[in-house]
Design a protein. Structure first.
Length: 496
């Protein structure tokens, strides 16, 4: 994203963008003159909205950082902690541990690569963590189109995370105290002895540590589950696009656009959208640069990716958005809800593989930034110079620091939210969000930021029921009992 913003910096409000990139605008433009010509030829044949034949023109570039590498020949291969993966979760934990002088090795196939995903977050969440300088752009307000005639304006600013700035800041923190090393490899296998674990990497190296933390993301195979993984999925297709024009206000990001009039001439899509609705999420950078993402909030089984893209084409056509160039694209697939990993187990987890993603929203980055310090603190207490807690006792302490009983209960509640959303059709979903965004801001904001206690979540539910329309109450009464009973059962099992 940093690269893109630099590229488009003449087009952007430079007061709001805090840019830095080594990418050369002039060389980029020169390189693309011929590209532009062929684009014009394609464009003259392309209908409004139809962007599927366009290839993304930019790849995020690597960070230019002088990292302290692990040298197998000269360095000791024994660490306090090995972190598998240097995505947002792994790097944040490493950065936090470095301030405790805990010896860490981060293992990742490409530690300097830019993270592939684009992240959004509420500005206050990053501000409270001192990360407010890690946005590319912020919007003072957000909005939700409930339907063709109703729009909600949310007085909460939203930001597009600068991957370059956030990754750079976390890496700087890692390097500062000289106790974090990086190893460029993929972890194949983890083995455990009584007080020590080891990893085997694809380059043949074996590294040892008192604790292995898996931060390798949703696809991890290192974490064990003792219950069936019945999660839902958020699926989305996003493009950062140069467009002729778009209809959105530049001072508002579009959190959700549930309008469906674009499907008026698409009977099949209209029916399937009524049952499995998708919305548009949009970040307008300026009148010709916009991030657009068609999103299925949650589905089980997962909604077809091709259908999602076709719906997006129809939507953009209806909105009169002609995509001239796709600068970046992303396929987003986030497993949501389902059981937590087995607690405890010999490998600790953080980030996507640890159950931290909010089961009702798919958000996770800000929460991981907030909880990694809690885990780091617990690790320092066990492995720091004064305490020597190892083995099973260590694993038990780690898992309970990330997932104390109260947090497990609230997660059950968010999973209940997800199960409820799964049962709602388009009209039910619209009614739900209509009532949801009428709640007291401390409730809807707290819910979206995963920061409400169980009591607060119960208050939110009562308030939501009180504000809901009669059809919405009918939805709640008819569709919620089974998920509610499941949630109560799970809370009871966890408590006793
Ligand atoms: C497209 C997309 C968009 C998203 N947008 C948002 C958003 O806007 N806001 C939000 O809050 N959340 C968002 N999420 C959800 C979540 O925050 C992200 O998935 C986030 O990247 C998870 O961070 P992570 O560090 O746990 O894992 P990842 O970001 O997946 O990082 C894992 C790292 O581990 C490495 N790795 C994997 N296997 C191994 C191995 N065997 N050995 C060594 N290294 C390994 C990978 O190369 C990678 O570098 C999004 C998710 C996706 C997929």
């Amino acid at each position: 994203m940093g690269t893109l913003l630099r590229l488009f910096s003449p087009l952007l409000d430079t007061n709001k963008f805090l840019l830095s990139s080594t990418f050369s605008v002039s060389s980029y433009r020169g390189k693309n003159l011929s590209l532009r010509k062929s684009h014009h030829r394609i464009q003259s044949r392309r209908n409004f909205g139809d962007f599927l034949d366009l290839k993304p023109e930019l790849q995020p570039e690597d960070l230019n950082f002088d990292l302290p590498w692990f040298h197998p020949a000269s360095d000791r291969s024994r660490f306090d902690v090995i972190i598998i993966g240097s995505g947002p979760a792994g790097l944040r934990l490493a950065e936090q541990l470095s301030s405790y002088e805990i010896k860490v090795c981060c293992v990742d196939p490409s530690p300097l690569s830019m993270w592939p995903n684009n992240y959004g977050s509420w500005v206050d969440e990053f501000e409270s963590l001192g990360l407010e300088d890690c946005f590319d752009k912020t919007w003072p307000m957000s909005c939700v189109y409930i339907n063709e005639s109703k729009t909600k304006y949310l007085d909460r600013s939203y930001g597009r995370v600068s991957r370059k700035k956030l990754k750079g800041k976390l890496m700087e923190g890692c390097v500062l105290n000289g106790v974090v090393k990086f190893h460029k490899a993929k972890v194949w296998k983890i083995e455990h002895q009584e007080f020590e674990s080891s990893i085997l990497c694809d380059d043949g190296n074996q590294l040892k540590a008192s604790l292995i933390v898996d931060a390798s993301g949703f696809a991890s195979s290192f974490i064990e589950y003792d219950k069936t993984r019945n999660h839902g999925y958020q699926i989305a297709h996003g493009i950062l696009a140069e467009v002729d024009d778009h209809p959105f206000d530049l001072d508002k990001m579009v959190l959700m656009d549930w309008r469906d009039s674009h499907l008026g001439n698409e009977p099949y899509f209209r029916v399937s959208n009524s049952r499995f609705p998708t919305f548009l999420y949009a970040m307008p950078f300026d009148s010709s640069l916009i991030f657009l993402e068609e999103t299925s909030l949650v589905s089980r089984p997962v909604l077809s990716y091709m259908e999602l893209k076709r719906r997006m084409v129809a939507r953009l056509r209806h909105l009169g958005i002609r995509v001239k160039r796709v600068l970046e694209d992303e396929k987003c697939l986030i497993p949501m809800g389902g059981p937590l990993p087995q607690i405890p187990q010999s490998v600790m987890a953080i980030g996507g593989t640890s159950g931290l993603v909010n089961p009702s929203t798919g958000y996770m980055v800000a929460r991981t930034m907030a909880l990694a310090p809690v885990l780091a603190d617990a690790i320092a207490e066990c492995l720091g110079s004064t305490r020597m807690i190892r083995g099973h006792q260590l694993y038990h302490r780690m898992w309970n620091s990330l997932w104390p009983i109260e947090r497990r209960h609230t997660r059950e509640f968010y999973s209940f939210g997800m199960e409820t959303l799964l049962k709602l059709d388009l009209n039910g979903t619209r009614r739900f969000f209509d009532a949801f965004f009428d709640l007291d801001p401390c409730h809807w904001q707290g819910f979206l930021s995963s920061r409400l206690s169980l009591q607060e979540l119960v208050m939110l539910s009562l308030s939501l029921f009180g504000r809901a329309s009669n059809p919405s109450r009918f939805d709640i009464i008819t569709k919620c009992p089974v998920p509610l009973a499941k949630m109560m059962g799970n809370i009871a099992i966890e408590t006793f």
